[in-house]
Design a protein around this ligand. Structure first.
Ligand SMILES: [Zn+2]
Length: 120
């Protein structure tokens, strides 16, 4: 069985897209090697980091990103109450304000961005 088949398709596709962005960046900068890729990932983006790293390590082989490191920055799920306006870190998907029972509106946590590509 191909190794990739056991990896969740979502993460494999994501790793592919990340590598594509990295290759494009390297090409634009006339770089030959990709050293690191910085990723901002919201806790609510629905990405398994372990699966993503696994896919990335498999897909980068024999490419300019062979030695590249995936640096992942997690973004916590933050929400603002629609009544009292206070900000909270959302836990256990509880969308009600702990202070006034207002409804919490999501502010961050869904991010999925390639922040930087280090190449030479
Ligand atoms: Zn409130």
């Amino acid at each position: 069985m191909n190794f990739l088949e056991v990896i969740d398709l979502h993460e494999a596709t994501l790793a592919e897209n990340i590598l594509e962005i990295a290759f494009e960046t390297a090409e634009k900068n006339h770089a030959e090697k990709i050293l690191a890729i910085g990723l901002t990932l919201g806790e609510m983006a629905g990405v398994e980091i372990e699966a993503l790293n696994l896919s990335f390590d498999v897909l980068k082989k024999n490419t300019p990103a062979d030695g590249a490191e995936l640096k992942i920055k997690r973004v916590p799920i933050m929400a603002t109450c629609n009544k009292c306006g206070k900000n909270f870190r959302l836990e256990n998907y509880n969308f009600f304000c702990p202070e006034c029972d207002g409804i919490l509106i999501l502010k961050s946590g869904r991010e999925l961005l390639v922040e930087f590509v280090d190449c030479e």
